[in-house]
Design a protein around this ligand. Structure first.
Ligand SMILES: [Zn+2]
Length: 140
């Protein structure tokens, strides 16, 4: 299944480190969240990589659950005034959401590469199946 020249790598290790899913060496991202065009080490074309809103969704979910648990623990044990939450809790939640975006994007791209995830390809057979091979056969 996989190319013998590139043995499969651990998607968590390469993804969370934002490295190339094929060689594990080249950087996956340039800037904060922009995916490079190709790997600088092995030349893998990153054209397949499109995690869309996945990193944001998983990031918000993860930080939402963990952050809410920490928020509740902080609220019920320390009983801080509301301004403390505005100054401490809210910025921490925002920073945590941003901090998990890069690793999650790298991980999702690695999973896309390993599982060969791509847009589905359909060919139309027409409204009544005129283009379908089984319809064009002679019934006799
Ligand atoms: Zn590479």
């Amino acid at each position: 299944m996989s190319d013998p020249a590139w043995p499969p790598l651990n998607t968590l290790k390469t993804g969370l480190a934002c490295r190339c899913p094929r060689c594990g060496q080249g950087p996956l991202l340039k800037g904060f969240l922009t995916i490079r065009e190709a790997c600088t080490e092995c030349g893998l074309d990153y054209g397949f990589a499109d995690p869309a809103d996945g990193p944001a969704f998983f990031g918000m979910s993860l930080v939402g659950v963990v952050g809410m648990a920490l928020f509740m623990w902080f609220e019920f044990t320390v009983h801080p005034p509301i301004w403390v939450h505005m100054v401490v809790t809210l910025p921490l939640l925002a920073v945590a959401c941003l901090a998990v975006l890069r690793p999650l994007k790298g991980w999702l791209v690695s999973e896309q590469y390993v599982h060969k995830a791509a847009e589905p390809e359909f060919t139309s057979v027409g409204a009544h199946g005129e283009g379908s091979p089984w319809k064009s056969r002679d019934p006799r």
